[in-house]
Design a binder for this molecule. Structure first.
Ligand code: ADP
Ligand code: 5GP
Length: 189
C-alpha cells in the first residue's frame, strides 16, 4: 500500500515571506498539494479564485462552518479563513504531501487533530524588516498594514510552539532550509 502523505503547516506573520519561500520550494519539490483556503477577504490584484484562495462571502463561509467542511478555521485581520477538509484528506490518503499556509490559531487546531503534522514557523529577520516587506508589497491599506503588524507581535510569541523555525533572511536560503526539513521528515516514514 502507498504510504500516506505528510502535512506541513507553514505559519508566520503576514509579510514574513511564506508565499515567497513556498514558491521557491515548489520549484524543486513536486510531490505536493498546496491547500487552497477559503477566505472572506477581497482578492488582491493578480489573485485568482481557486488558485491562491477560494474567495467567498461571509454567508457561504458560515454555511461551510455549519456543515463541518473545514479542517480548521479562524479570524484574522477582520476576515475569516478556513482550510477545506475534503481535498486535504484525499491528497494525504493518496500519498501526496499537503502544505497549509495558515495562521497560528488554525495551526494549533490542525496540530490537535493531526499530531503527526509537521509545523514550521517562518520568521522575518527583524520586526523592522517585516514592516518594510509588508509595506513594500503594497497590497494592503495603511490601516490594514497596522492591524497586521499588531497581530504579528502576538504571532511571533507562538514560534516556540512549532516543530521548526526558519528565518527568512534570504529567501533562497530559507527555501533550502525548508527543503532540508521536508526531506528529514520524509526520511522518518
Ligand atoms: P507572506 O506570504 O508571508 O505574507 P510574502 O511571500 O507575500 O509574505 O512576502 C512579503 C513581501 O516580502 C513580498 O513583497 C516579497 O516579495 C518580499 N520578500 C519575501 N521574502 C523576502 C526576502 N527573503 N527578502 C526580501 N524580501 C522578501
Ligand atoms: P493573507 O490575507 O495575507 O493571504 O493571509 C493572512 C493570514 O491568513 C496568513 O497568516 C495566512 O497564513 C493565514 N491563512 C490563510 N489561509 C488560512 C486558513 O485556511 N486558515 C487559517 N487559520 N489561516 C489562514
Amino acid at each position: 500500500m502507498e504510504s500516506r502523505g505528510k502535512a506541513f503547516i507553514i505559519s508566520g506573520p503576514s509579510g514574513s515571506g511564506k508565499s515567497t519561500v513556498l514558491r521557491e520550494v515548489f520549484k524543486t519539490y513536486k510531490n505536493y498539494y498546496f491547500s487552497v483556503s477559503a477566505t472572506t477577504r477581497a482578492p488582491r490584484p493578480g489573485e485568482t479564485d481557486g488558485v491562491e484562495y477560494w474567495f467567498i462571502t461571509g454567508e457561504k463561509f458560515d454555511e461551510m462552518v455549519e456543515n463541518d467542511e473545514f479542517l480548521e478555521h479562524a479570524r484574522f485581520a477582520k476576515c475569516s479563513y478556513g482550510t477545506p477538509r475534503g481535498p486535504v484528506e484525499e491528497k494525504l490518503s493518496n500519498g501526496v504531501d499537503v502544505f497549509l499556509d495558515i495562521e497560528v490559531q488554525g495551526a494549533a487546531q490542525v496540530k490537535a487533530k493531526m499530531p503527526e503534522a509537521v509545523s514550521v514557523f517562518i520568521k522575518p529577520p527583524s520586526f523592522e524588516e517585516l514592516e518594510r516587506r509588508l509595506r513594500g508589497r503594497s497590497t494592503e491599506s495603511e490601516e490594514k498594514i497596522a492591524l497586521r503588524l499588531e497581530t504579528a507581535k502576538k504571532e511571533l510569541l507562538e514560534a516556540e510552539h512549532y516543530d521548526y523555525v526558519v528565518i527568512n533572511d534570504n529567501y533562497v536560503d530559507a527555501a533550502r532550509r525548508l527543503l532540508d526539513i521536508i526531506n528529514t521528515e520524509k526520511g522518518k516514514n
